[in-house]
Design a protein around this ligand. Structure first.
Ligand code: HEM
Length: 155
């Protein structure tokens, strides 16, 4: 797999990481539109959300958004040596498998998570999101998912 170009990743992440909650919300609103079946996987205190809007405005879910953006931020910081995150990401994959997430939602190319990530970057950056940046993010996403997918091994 090709290595993501670090400077393209850092440059494009700068604007996004200034308001993580806002951009994380764009990502998950898109994800629920593409794959509404994911909504019931988010349950806090045993309660299901009745709509994506309810979910996207709940404090617990906003914490999940912060966690997601923090993981991406960490991947950006370590873009030149993602192997240092391998064990953490495998554990994160295991956690998601345990809460009922299918690896297919994450899969590269056709998974809804990767598509929502690229959608969010495009919304945030507009024309500044160049094809070269898109390629770099697809590569970074591919590496993160490869590491997370170890958590689904044996499925
Ligand atoms: C299909 C999309 C996803 C679903 C359905 C999902 C679902 C969940 C659920 C139900 C939890 C446990 C409750 C919570 O902590 O709020 C969780 C935890 C977490 N998720 Fe996700 N998640 C998704 C995508 C992601 C992505 C893309 C990342 C980051 C790359 C991520 C990072 C985390 C982290 C860091 C935790 C906390 C793990 C811990 O407790 O150690 N999630 N996720």
């Amino acid at each position: 797999m090709e290595r993501p170009e670090p400077e393209l990743i850092r440059q494009s992440w700068r604007a996004v990481s200034r308001s993580p909650l806002e951009h994380g919300t764009v990502l998950f609103a898109r994800l629920f539109a593409l794959e509404p079946e994911l909504l019931p996987l988010f349950q806090y205190n045993g309660l299901q959300f009745s709509s994506p809007e309810d979910c996207l405005s709940s404090p617990e879910f906003l914490d999940h958004i912060r966690k997601v953006m923090f993981v991406i931020d960490t991947a950006v910081t370590n873009v030149e040596d993602l192997s240092s995150l391998e064990d953490y990401l495998a554990g994160l994959g295991r956690k998601h498998r345990a809460v009922g997430v299918k690896l297919s939602s994450f899969s590269v190319g056709k998974g809804t998570v990767g598509e929502s990530l690229l959608y969010m970057l495009e919304k945030c950056l507009g024309p500044a999101f160049t094809p070269a940046m898109r390629a770099a993010w697809s590569q970074l996403y591919g590496l993160v998912v490869a590491a997370m997918s170890r958590g689904w091994d044996g499925e």
